[in-house]
Design a protein around this ligand. Structure first.
Ligand code: SF4
Ligand code: SF4
Length: 96
């Protein structure tokens, strides 16, 4: 039996998401992001939920991998609330 090695992108493509529309598990305060110079969330989020758009940080919780990295690196208190999604929502990690 041979095991196929998958790239990170291929592995992530196997995952399933059930987005809790209208009920974000992470809340980001845009006014605080506007005065945050380093904006580490844009660099470290593996799912690219944080993106620069017209010079401002835009956030979309759909596709979040629930790793918690943004909560740790946000020193300017832009992440005002971080929880796991409600039961049955969020990501289901799959390997095949
Ligand atoms: S690190 Fe925090 S405050 Fe800075 S842009 Fe990201 S979420 Fe906003
Ligand atoms: S928890 Fe992880 S994947 Fe989700 S938004 Fe934060 S850094 Fe990105």
């Amino acid at each position: 039996m041979s095991i196929k090695r998958l790239s990170p992108e291929e592995l992530l493509g196997l995952d399933r998401f059930n987005v809790d529309e209208g009920n974000p598990h992470i809340i980001v305060e845009k006014a605080r992001c506007a005065v945050c110079a380093p904006r580490p969330c844009v660099t470290v989020c593996p799912a690219r939920c944080y993106r620069l758009k017209d010079g401002q940080v835009a956030f979309d919780y759909a596709g979040c991998l629930e790793c918690g990295t943004c909560r740790v690196v946000c020193k300017d208190k832009g992440v005002t609330s971080w929880t796991y999604p409600r039961a049955s929502f969020g990501i289901t990690f799959r390997c095949s």
